[in-house]
Design a protein around this ligand. Structure first.
Ligand SMILES: N[C@@H](CCC(=O)N[C@@H](CS)C(=O)NCC(=O)O)C(=O)O
Length: 311
């Protein structure tokens, strides 16, 4: 039986996206709570350096980034689908907008409005992750003033998506787009009820959020970080599927380095063992957990031959 292990923490909105996908598909899973800030000593032996949240573990296979995690859940548990064929392309576009344009202002608005409840060290950690100096309380308040309007001008767009009476964001079946828009708006509710009045006036958004919330989280049972490391150490990676590479891609067997294009850019190095249009997988031998395969989405990640000389 496949054991799904999700490394996550409660107020992580990207984790909420995956928890809802697990709920929608009615899956049982093991829940490892990881620290919200670096270092993450029970996680990095699994990922080889990737530090973002969440991460899905299946034995000695590690799936990074929710774009790939949800796709992998779909590959292994295709029904009910989150990739309805007729909506997949439009869902992709909406997902990109939600995560790259809608979410960031929400995040800055929520965090800066809630300074006294932020976990210790969180903002300094996030700044380091983005290569920025730690913000002062004043800087964060100014960010609220800049970003609150950016949130307010986009909420009517979400409400208007339902103007034709549709039940789900991309059409008449749930898709990745529902999870992507939902987790951005869920952030309003994750830490403080203070900003709920911002979405209260939007009747269709609220009804739809209720429908997505009803997916639930499936059946989680706790697992400790060290237990998850043992699962990895006792398992072998699943073994490669047939790749589908472009001529320009590095050849299978090449030593490569991959990292996020946007933030949290800690590189992961290893041997390229799988590549296709959606996914890139690297094999690495870790001193603590042995042979691992770490999987990334292709889009949004930078893949290069491993550096042999100082650039
Ligand atoms: N594109 C990534 C973004 C993930 C992301 O930004 N997650 C946040 C938490 S919601 C994060 O990693 N924060 C820093 C951390 O947890 O260390 C994904 O879809 O998984």
């Amino acid at each position: 039986m496949i054991q799904l292990i999700l490394h996550h923490y409660d107020f992580s909105n990207y984790s909420e996206k995956v928890r809802l996908a697990l709920g929608y598909k009615g899956l049982a899973w093991r829940s490892v709570i990881i620290p919200p800030i670096a270092p993450k000593p029970d996680l990095t032996p699994l990922t080889g350096g990737y530090r973002r949240t969440p991460v899905l573990q299946i034995g000695a296979d590690i799936y990074c980034d929710t774009a790939l995690i949800v796709r992998e859940l779909e590959r292994r548990f295709p029904t009910p689908t989150l990739f309805p064929t007729d909506l997949a392309a439009i869902a992709d576009g909406i997902t990109f907008w939600a995560e790259n344009r809608l979410f960031r202002p929400i995040s800055l608005y929520v965090s800066g409005s809630n300074l006294e409840h932020l976990p210790e060290g969180l903002q300094a950690d996030r700044s380091i992750m983005r290569g920025l100096p730690p913000p002062s309380a004043d800087t964060m308040r100014r960010a609220v003033a800049r970003n609150a309007p950016l949130v307010r001008v986009q909420l009517p767009t979400v409400e208007a998506m339902f103007a034709d009476g549709r039940t789900w964001i991309a059409g008449n079946s749930p898709s990745m787009a529902d999870l992507a828009v939902y987790h951005a708006l869920w952030f309003f509710t994750a830490r403080t009820p203070l900003l709920l009045p911002e979405i209260a006036p939007y009747k269709r958004i609220n009804e739809w959020m209720g429908r997505v919330r009803a997916f639930g989280h499936g059946k989680p049972t706790p697992l400790s970080g060290p237990e998850a490391l043992r699962v990895a150490a006792d398992a072998m990676p699943e073994g490669s599927r047939k790749s589908n590479r472009f001529d320009e891609d590095p050849p299978l067997g090449a030593m490569v380095r991959i990292r996020a294009e946007d933030y949290g850019r800690d590189p992961v190095e290893g041997e390229l063992v799988f590549i296709d249009s959606n996914e890139i997988a690297l094999q690495r031998d870790d001193p603590h957990v042995g042979r691992m395969v770490v999987h990334f989405p292709r889009l949004g990640y930078d893949l290069r031959p491993q550096r042999t000389v100082q650039e």
